[in-house]
Design a protein around this ligand. Structure first.
Ligand code: FAD
Ligand code: SF4
Length: 510
């Protein structure tokens, strides 16, 4: 029986059991399609990265003896959408069976389920063999609970997978070293120069230009910076262990004008397209730690492991627990538009300028820039979560809906009313100043609230709390903020609100 197996662009898992044996009756197919390049405006480097990694992967399969049909973006036979491409191949190659791996995005999951109903040949769906958890494990874990606390899920994952556990107790005596992950980076702690990959992607770039795909961001060289093969991903992981793990936890939340990546791993693109699995990552990091325990504190390792088996799996579980409605919720009823400077970086607010410029130049910003600068600002200016989602889904090379959506709409924008975050991640200039050096070089004064040169975050913050009182006042974790707000003189609050309204209405002037 001749079988067609689909490999999606984020399913580049060479370790998948599909590839253990070659079989002349199995044909693999991979497509670069307008369906995928056009559903949101992506960063140019994201499109390049996906196509480049897919092309290398298909070559690797062929070298290993597998049969592959690959449609490049400008190929004549490419119908530019999944159903038409599959139907065409099924018809032209007398295919008798269709197989695919579970997609991670709801949209593709629906499309493929519908497609299977529409064809007359048999079909089967396989696990992608990537994650620790199955799609609905988290939902089962929290069944009957009102609050979906990540920490509870994370502890269960540690126990279940015996990660950093000794005799059923957390190694080092604590489950979570989050409190020691909050240092600002001092330049006297050196960051080893990162070895980027010189992936020549000039051919891909020409194809993208020829196809006239609308993109954001810039790409100034012909080399793509992030791993596009499993080998490169493993090299990057090794570099992380040898050079960055030692301070990962310490400076996880730090921000600095001179350092785009600080001690972050830059592994998200490679893991999200499945070049390596979260199990590969955890195993490698823990093995390295075992050999170097004397030099690396458990807080660094736990801080990193928490991101992988905690946050990453948790976000995926939340996505599947709450889709298909999750991408529509807007509990705080925010309706404003994102300012134009999110696409240019042209703003006098230095924290936003740095974060957005990094994002446009590298398709990357680290977690705290995404959460406490760009996300914080979008929430304080009461931006519609659809606008915020579209920006985040497009701008980052690692952005795939299953992980972008719960992080953005849930964690960052609190649009789900607190399913993910126990309180909104909002702050005035104080937090941004504490965690980095942006305020030192800013046009605005971090200590002022209403003057012409006052930091916009300061008035936006109190205005937000005042305007969203009906949704947030009852939240136990917000009580202290509201008691400060309640003690504010009404004239002071009025001045703050007047300034905040002006900022919201003239965002591109700030
Ligand atoms: P590191 O800081 O080195 O962390 C190691 C790994 O942990 C990451 O590679 C990632 O796989 C995982 N991780 C860490 N935090 C999270 C998290 N909150 N959720 C899921 N995985 C996590 N991550 C994406 O992969 N894609 C996205 O589209 C995405 N959108 C985000 C949007 C917002 C508003 C926020 C606040 C966070 C978002 N994140 C997203 C999570 C996180 O910011 C990125 O995973 C991280 O910055 C990637 O850089 P890194 O590989 O250097 O991460
Ligand atoms: Fe950002 Fe305000 Fe600090 Fe400027 S002063 S960097 S706008 S927080």
């Amino acid at each position: 029986m001749k079988t067609l197996r689909l490999i999606l662009g984020d399913q580049l898992n060479i370790k998948h059991s599909w590839f253990k044996q070659t079989n002349d009756n199995v044909v693999y197919c991979m497509f670069e399609m307008r369906q995928e390049t056009d559903y949101v405006v992506h960063h140019i480097q994201k499109v390049i990265g996906f196509f480049a990694a897919m092309r290398v992967f298909s070559k690797e399969l062929e070298i290993n003896g597998h049969r592959v049909i690959y449609f490049k973006i400008n190929d004549k036979e490419n119908k530019q959408n999944l159903n038409d491409n599959l139907n065409q191949i099924i018809k032209n190659n007398q295919i008798e069976r269709f197989e695919y791996q579970l997609p991670d995005e709801y949209r593709l999951d629906e499309q493929l389920s519908r497609f299977c109903k529409s064809i007359s040949i048999s079909n089967q769906v396989y696990d992608s063999e990537h994650f620790y958890t199955k799609r609905h494990d988290l939902e089962t874990f929290f069944k009957g609970k009102k609050i979906y606390l990540m920490e509870n899920f994370y502890r269960d994952m540690r126990k279940k997978h015996d990660v950093l556990m000794i005799a059923n107790q957390p190694e080092g005596g604590k489950w979570n070293y989050d409190k020691s992950n909050r240092n600002a980076w001092k330049e006297d702690v050196s960051i080893p120069a990162f070895k980027f990959f010189n992936n020549d992607v000039s051919e891909v770039v020409i194809d993208i230009k020829q196809a006239v795909i609308k993109t954001v961001g810039v790409f100034n060289t012909n080399t793509f910076l992030y791993p596009i093969t499993r080998q490169q991903a493993l090299e990057q992981l090794k570099f992380f262990c040898e050079n960055l793990l030692i301070h990962f936890g310490d400076y996880q939340d730090a921000m600095h004008t001179d350092e785009v990546y600080l001690f972050h791993s830059r592994l998200s693109f490679a893991v999200n397209i499945k070049l390596i699995s979260p199990k590969d990552v955890v195993k490698t990091v823990i093995n390295y730690y075992r050999i170097h325990e004397k030099n690396i504190h458990i807080s660094q390792v736990e801080g990193f492991i928490r991101q992988i088996i905690g946050w990453r799996e948790y976000m995926r579980g939340m996505y599947w627990a709450f889709m298909p409605n999750y991408n529509k919720i807007n509990v705080l009823e925010n309706f404003n538009k994102l300012p134009n400077f999110f696409w240019t970086g042209k703003t006098k607010m230095n924290c936003l300028k740095q974060t957005i410029t990094n994002s446009l130049e590298n398709g990357y910003a680290h977690h705290i820039q995404r959460l406490m600068v760009a996300g914080n600002y979008a929430l304080l200016t009461q931006t519609h979560p659809n606008e915020v989602d579209a920006w985040y889904l497009g701008i980052y090379v690692d952005a795939i809906e299953w992980v972008q959506l719960p992080n953005t709409r849930g964690m960052s924008q609190y649009a789900d009313g607190g399913k993910i975050a126990t309180k909104p991640y909002v702050s005035s200039a104080a937090y941004i100043h504490k965690m980095g050096n942006y305020c030192n070089e800013c046009y605005y004064n971090k200590n002022k609230k209403t003057e012409k040169d006052a930091c916009p975050f300061n008035s936006l913050y109190w205005n937000f709390l005042d305007e969203k009182r009906q949704y947030l006042e009852g939240n136990f974790r917000m009580r202290m903020m509201y008691s400060v707000l309640d003690k504010m003189k009404s004239t002071d609050l009025q001045n703050i609100k007047t300034r905040a309204q002006h900022i919201i209405q003239h965002q591109d002037e700030y």
